[in-house]
Design a protein around this ligand. Sequence first.
Ligand code: PA5
Length: 445
Amino acid sequence: MIKLDISKALVSADKVAAFEGKIAETQQALENGTCAGNDFLGWLHLPSSITAEFMTELQECAQTLRENCDTVVVAGIGGSYLGARAVIEALSNSFQWLTNNGENPTILFAGNNIGEDYLYELTEYLKDKKFGVINISKSGTTTETALAFRLLKKQCEEQRGKDVARKVIVAITDAKKGAARTCANKEGYTSFIIPDNVGGRFSVLTPVGLLPIAVAGFDITKLVKGAADMEQATAPSVPFSENISAQYAAVRNALYQEGKKIEILVNFQPKLHFMNEWWKQLYGESEGKEGKGIFPAAVDFSTDLHSMGQWIQEGERTIFETVVSIEEPEHKLLFPSDEENLDGLNFLAGKRVDEVNKMAELGTQLAHVDGGVPNMRLIVPRLDEYNLGQIIYFFEKACGISGLLLNVNPFNQPGVEAYKKNMFALLGKPGYEKETEAIKGRLNS
Ligand code: PA5
């Protein structure tokens, strides 16, 4: 199992222990469905409730896409894409995943921005590809995703014909409402339902994440097993001192109370970049409300030690870090010896690249702790499906507990609507006439 090391968190054991009672209550409220946001607790026992039949259904759909496509575009934004991307990038070869390695379809992502160049270049790239689309939107109405899907649907139908398009376009959306559901029903697409009681950022273990991950060729059974084992390992019956989600929630809240307002999630493996992005959304949307919440930021080390390292070491002391540390890489690479030793690196000859990386990690921890940056480490034996499943559930459970400790509803995101209202008013969307007038007035004043 993955482990959490809080020994360098620079917070007293008493302060952490002080959260035990409150966390026990919070865990119980989650179990009983009596906490804030209790209509969105479907994620809590999701891993242990996924049936073998459902996995087979997903795998069959994935197989159809794998057999009929060299490229699959996943259209979705926020919780409807970050989890899938995080897992796929963490498990993929850093250089082959964008250049179809022959065995697996190339997975591309769209519908997560409105960049004209991005969409133009995507449609150009797809021109000679046998591509399919997984259209993911819980509401079925998200503008970014709907715009991309409109373009992709048309191109897929024109390139591959309506009949094939019908086979290689899959919808993952609400059971009844939203434009994505209407379209899927009308066109007869294979579709999967996003459960009502699972919010976007908690949905990676629903078809939202599982289908794209299976299409990419990864073992979703192991992913779900890892999550289910973590569900057990963080259950209310597990003692506080052994429950890593409870410990993480306690430490970060203790630090927040001491003025540590920013948490950075750190990796030393570039493949984890999108895991950082997924985590940022999970914690940002869950906790950042009512004028409260730790600001979730993320860095890729050692890369960002050369950009953000100075701030972290010596900037305002309002920051703490959580390092996702991978114990064993998949591959082995030794530094060669060089007769001339012009670069002076012969002292590393015969050492593994990872040994240098690990010393960078340890050296950074020592320096940051000396600089007053509390440090937690999530220790992960290796990057595989099982451990990623554990990481996902560990962070989800801790997030639910942590948000409730802050006294906010961790499962809503009312603030996300503000920009949408303005954008629709500015674009003159029917139904927004009053807002359009108001916004024009504001811009002209
Ligand atoms: O966590 C959330 O609820 C959001 O990030 C959504 O996932 C995101 O806005 C996309 O919404 P939808 O799936 O409705 O298109």
